[in-house]
Ligand binder design. Sequence first.
Ligand code: F6R
Length: 612
Amino acid sequence: MCGIVGFVGSEQAAPILLDGLERLEYRGYDSAGIAVISDDKKIIVKKAKGRLNVLRDMINGGKSIAGTIGIGHTRWATHGEPNDINAHPHLSGDGKIAVVHNGIIENYVELRDFLISQGYTFKSETDTEVVAQLIAFYYAECGNALEAVFRVLRRIEGAYALGILCIDEPEHFIAARKDAPLLIGYGEGCNFIASDVTAIIKHTRDVSYMEDGEVAVISADKVQFYNAMEQPIEKAHNTIDWDVSAAEKGGYAHFMLKEIMEQPEAIRKTAFSRIRDNRIVFEDLKFTAEQIKDVSRIFIIACGSSYHVGVVGKYNLERLMRKPVEVCLASEFRYCDPLVDDKSLVIVISQSGETLDTMAALREAKARGAYILSIVNVVGSSIARESDDVLYTWAGPEIAVATTKAYSTQLILLDMLGLYFADALGKVSKDQYDDIIEQILCLPDKMEQMLEDIEDIKHFASNYFNQNSVFFIGRNLDYAMGLEGSLKLKEISYIHSEAYASGELKHGTISLIEDGTLVIALGTYEPLFDKAMSNVVEVQARGADVLALTIENNVAEMKKTVENVISVPETHTILQPSLGVVPLQLFAYYVALLRGCDIDKPRNLAKSVTVE
Ligand code: F6R
């Protein structure tokens, strides 16, 4: 959730750290800080509550701190409220050690008590200060920062990505990782650490991903890695295949809008490269089409929007494959003693590949013998590395906290996986198969057509941006899509919103509909269009102001009952949510814009949730 960057080289560290933090700000943004070893051998720590600009102004864009080695952090508070004192980096009481940390140290209270018993005092409420002080404690004993870090790692429990400076060792800094992402970037006469490659992509595309338990000592001309056994190791280099422009706004007002607009291309990259001669080819999959025959049950596990993809997936995969599919919230799955075994296929969905609950659920399923196939956007991420198989969504970096293009690419990949398996099981006819492939190939063009004409959606947003409460109703795939539409709206516009299966309304929620309540009626699922219409009439009878979404063919019919209708191009029924979600994303975006919200960085949220 937080972001880490570190640099050592011959240039001034502070501006480089600030620049890296700016690119990481989407991961957490309630405070930020940097620590630099100054030329006169002091650790200078500057940190401030609020957005990065506050820190940037405080240190004059970095110019007021001279030094060529440093670490930086942008925070999403876990232990202690967001304020200057709890912001990272944390300095040990003797001023010798500075630490930035992502993750949570679970036994920090016990360690803090131990240190207090040794005469240490604490300024902040954070678990990270405990790490800094504990390193200082061992450093005082052994006089070697690496050895002190090894000793600390033997004592701490929990998740961490750490960047550590030691005043007496100004030529290098130390990094350690367990259950929180961290990578090393190799520059020309300089080296970096980062929790996310976007922080350093401007400087290098040559990186190594740290594994759990590994430690690295980073100097300007060398990076020395150690494994969990504390033995020196060599690590492979990876090349990042996208460049800095992919992580910049490119003329758009917000990353979210840019990423909405990038969806057709992202789908082309993700889907078309896996279709050859009108057949799905998963060259990147080890799990064979034959193996699917032995699978008794499929589980789809994810959080948030990725979970919503799973809800669409449950409808589509069951329909195509005729095998039972359960879709589970990762945070629930891990504690429910799940009925997963070696006959289960577990499909894990995650944009970041770092979501802690999803990761824990993956490990739970793996321990019970299931085969893990993950759909992940970030190459080399923890979920990707711990899965038996990975299908990457090639959406490119997603910076806006609210996901759009990752959602769309996850969706198409899951649909394709369902079709691929259904074909292997002999459950789809050739005509059905060909039809779906043909429609997948048309999908990006249809999406582009929608994105070229968004005046209606802007108009509806201007009609409704003052609402306090919104309901999204729909049946079957429309319900699944409504979950995502509702989440988009609430997370970025802060309007209370609920997604309801239309048929469920009269079992309670309809009591909330009153004069003027906005109901977004989703009627793109053709087989149940008539039923959707009767629910529209029901809510209208209670005073609801209805905004409807339906496929082109049904617009005229819908207009007999509803004045405000958004039209969606038609595609194969199972693919319809891929198109239907686009106006919902745009509606949320323009509503949030009119309400003056911080669209790319909504309050209280962070891009990658690496705490439980
Ligand atoms: C919402 C959103 C979140 C994520 C969720 C899972 O717009 O982005 O709900 O979908 O936190 O994240 P990943 O997919 O990275 O595991």
